[in-house]
Ligand binder design. Structure first.
Ligand code: PHE
Length: 482
């Protein structure tokens, strides 16, 4: 039994406050910006299928474990892991798991704020009625114009980071909880309106086919520089990584929100609700966007600009579009906001616990750090976008001369955090909760008894989830690939 029953950082007012806050963390740019564009990049249906399987068989059991560890530890993830390890008679080095999460959250926030800045920029455009009658070329020009302008990106990035730090400084009850109460229902309504528009484009069926008809060849084969198709396991890794990213899993965000959860609330039920809402938002976003892509003859695999180059077309063409566009980007900003605060919360809580900083000081310092690192992402879209500033560059002789391409700093940060650090964090959470913690402890903390529910969770957590992560990792680094 843990001796500490309440977190020093406060507690949610009840189960629903936790559900809202955790959903606020989970639903964000990952659902509306990232999910559609990586689905487009990775061939559609088969990717969606693998992603859904990852959520169900890997994400969900690990999410229950992460909330459970948080509520049992009642501290920042670093100290929670330290204390739980001690309580269970394990090595104190388990706290490194908390550390990896803190680092991952910090790195993610650095680029997350930049993309949230795009949403802010689009909000100001929408408010000025700037999408009316816009053509695909103009929409592309608008997006390219934004990301190639470091000063504008910096301004919006700064505004978003300040917004985030203000809420974080105000703390759990004052800031986090209140910020998410009305957002989710409103966001759902707006997505439904967009969906209604998409249904009337005449390309709805094509969009649905793209998203839900699995084509494993499109998932697993990629052209190289010369256009020759090669087998690659990387998209499966992206689907796995995104399952973690979209559920805010594997870095302590859900763990620390769990630490503010009152003892009597049901972890399994609340976690299921959150995962369900998160998945619904992502699928709705995809179903709204792909018909618009096809109706305008656009490319689904165009990358991170996808929603910014397609949604303005829809808003520009529908009656009352300026109002809907303003509302939509407003909600997107809010969704990003409630996710961003959870990215930095583990670090802030640790600074308060260990370094004796006030919440405000902790928020300012960590925000400043992430803001600075954000410059790397900003520049990777403009002054550092050429191959000489890229990583893993590969060149090929084509008819047009030598062509080189690699990963920008932004792409590297995204890949490293979402596809490597989060699944790795999740793997260790599963190992700790499933293999290092006494079974009696998890039975006690989950409070659903020792029946079929507990047993299926335990089975997934101990065997299915860790093995799946390990197999996908090994395949991706080529150990099992022939
Ligand atoms: N889940 C958030 C999203 O989908 C991002 C996030 C990842 C937030 C990790 C917290 C921790 O946008």
């Amino acid at each position: 039994m843990s001796e500490l029953r309440d977190s020093i950082h406060g507690q949610w007012s009840g189960r629903w406050a936790f559900i809202l806050a955790a959903t606020g963390s989970a639903v964000g740019l990952g659902n509306i910006w990232k999910f559609p564009y990586i689905t487009g990049d990775n061939g559609g249906g088969a990717f969606v299928l693998v992603y859904l399987l990852c959520i169900l068989l890997i994400g969900l059991p690990i999410m229950v474990a992460e909330v459970m560890l948080g509520r049992r530890g009642r501290r920042s993830p670093i100290n929670t892991m330290y204390h739980l390890a001690k309580e269970e008679g394990r090595l104190p080095t388990w706290r490194l798991l908390g550390w990896m999460g803190v680092v991952a959250g910090f790195l993610i926030l650095s680029y997350y704020a930049v993309v949230a800045g795009w949403a802010l920029a689009y909000l100001s455009r929408a408010f000025g009625g700037g999408f009316e009658g816009i053509t695909p070329d103009q929409a592309e020009g608008m997006f390219v114009g934004l990301i190639s302008d470091p000063e504008r990106l910096l301004a919006w990035h700064t505004i978003f980071m300040v917004m985030t730090m203000v809420i974080v400084a105000r703390g759990v009850r004052g800031g986090l909880e209140r910020a998410v109460r009305f957002l989710m229902p409103a966001l759902l309504v707006l997505l439904l309106i967009l969906l209604g528009y998409a249904m009337n484009t005449g390309y709805f069926a094509e969009g649905m086919r793209f998203m839900f008809q699995p084509d494993f060849h499109a998932l697993l084969y990629r052209p190289d520089e010369l256009g020759i198709m090669h087998f690659t396991w990387a998209p499966v890794m992206v689907a796995l990584g995104h399952a973690f990213f979209t559920l805010s899993l594997g870095m302590g965000a859900i763990m620390i929100y769990g630490s503010y959860l009152p003892k009597q609330s049901s972890i399994v039920k609340t976690t299921g609700t959150i995962a369900l809402m998160d998945t619904a938002v992502a699928l709705l976003a995809g179903m709204a966007i792909f018909p618009i892509v096809f109706a305008n003859g656009l490319e689904p695999g165009q990358g991170p600009g996808l929603i910014f180059q397609t949604l303005p077309l829809a808003f520009g063409a529908m009656p009352g579009g300026a109002i809907f566009a303003t509302l939509f980007f407003l909600l997107l900003v809010f969704a990003a906001w409630s996710s961003a605060i959870s990215l930095i919360e583990p670090l802030v809580a640790w600074l308060v616990e260990r370094k004796g900083l006030t919440r405000t000081a902790a928020a300012v310092w960590s925000g400043l750090g992430a803001w600075l690192l954000g410059l790397v992402t900003i520049f990777s879209f403009n002054i550092w976008s050429s191959p000489e500033y890229q990583f893993f560059v590969r060149c090929a002789d084509t008819e047009a001369g030598e062509e080189c391409s690699g990963m920008t700093a932004f792409a590297v940060l995204d890949y490293l955090t979402a596809n490597i650090m989060l699944p790795l964090g999740g793997l260790f959470i599963a190992i700790f909760a499933g293999w290092r913690m006494r079974r009696a402890s998890s039975v006690d903390e989950l409070g659903v008894g020792d029946g079929w529910l507990y047993r299926s969770w335990y089975l997934l957590l101990r065997y299915v989830a860790p093995l799946a992560v390990i197999i996908i990792f090994l395949n991706a680094i080529g150990v099992l690939a022939f």
